[in-house]
Ligand binder design. Sequence first.
Ligand SMILES: [Mg+2]
Length: 399
Amino acid sequence: MRITEIKTFLMQAGSPTETAWSASGISSAGARNWLFVKVYTDAGVTGLGECSGWPRVAEAAVNDLAHVLIGQDPAHIERLWQHMHSALMGHGQSGVVGHGAMAGLDMALWDIKGKVLDTPVWNLLGGKVRGRIRAYSHASTVDNARSLVARGYTAIKTGGVADPLGKLADLRAALGDDIDLMVDLHGPPWLNAADAIALCREMEALHPLFVEEPVAPEALDALRRVRDATSVPLAAGERLAGLYGARTLITQGLVDIIQPDTGRAGGLTQLKKIAALAEAHFIDVAPHAGTLGPVAEFAAVHFLAAIPNALILERFEDDWAGKHAVLTHALECVDGHLTVPDRPGLGIDIDEAFIAQHPSTRNCRLPITDGGGAYAPGTESEAVYFQARRGRHHYLKRS
Ligand SMILES: [Mg+2]
């Protein structure tokens, strides 16, 4: 069998609702793109994948990498992954764009293998450790959280730059002790180690399942300080590419939970290795899914079904309705758990006509001139990632 062609399917994805994405107006509304890839073979079998890590740019990377794959036997996934990685030598080799492109192509190769062998991808990855995957969704208010709990969710993430401690305290008080809560601080550069430590210590009594990116992800020395000074479990890794990208966080024990993004960590081939490295360091895996589409979500479910240290999967429960129109099958979510599908390969196909009806128009956050709310001059939103420290007492104590 030989690979004959690779096609990309880029689309404008619509935005998660404000309640699902952010209650503070700091939103990526309208900026999400999803990039799907299809790998065709001379046997008539096709494989499907999804790329994240800046989808509009990743599309060009996929088209560049197509020359590496066309004419090759899709069975030899590891070899082809190494060929693709080597081909990126002249482009820096690391980074989420290149690994995003490889992620979708690698995913498609696993899909092909599953279809050829008439077995689900989870079976190729080692078989089922579990038949359903616990998921968490997002809430910034008690009402949002209660709505998710009413729909069966047992784990909810809150956070952001505005009063994360207050949100955690409110959710804990409203939902009780039986719901797992998480906080994502998004690692803004102005959140230094001293403040992150103070914040995490305030959160200790509320027992979050984890606190995510307590400092900037590049600030490994600061992360070490936080790690050594607080008892809350720490999570990070969504902005990292590949096994080598995740290596330091894992081997130096800087996190308790590693969060590779299914669409930009380099594909199932890399995810499986990251999980194994994490397992050897007693670290759990909770894949990031921030702007991902439904194909990558299916891949994440297959992946988490097959590894022992799967903690939980991020999921936008209140996502854009079009997410369910893109695919031929939807994931079944029962009591906050996703049922692992048993169809061959990833077990899905895309609706190409629906995707064509939603062409990509832009893939970055809205500027203020578009009325999106982000970066509004004079507001907290203007300087989410570069503001000088201010209001420290309010930030670090319950306001
Ligand atoms: Mg995050």
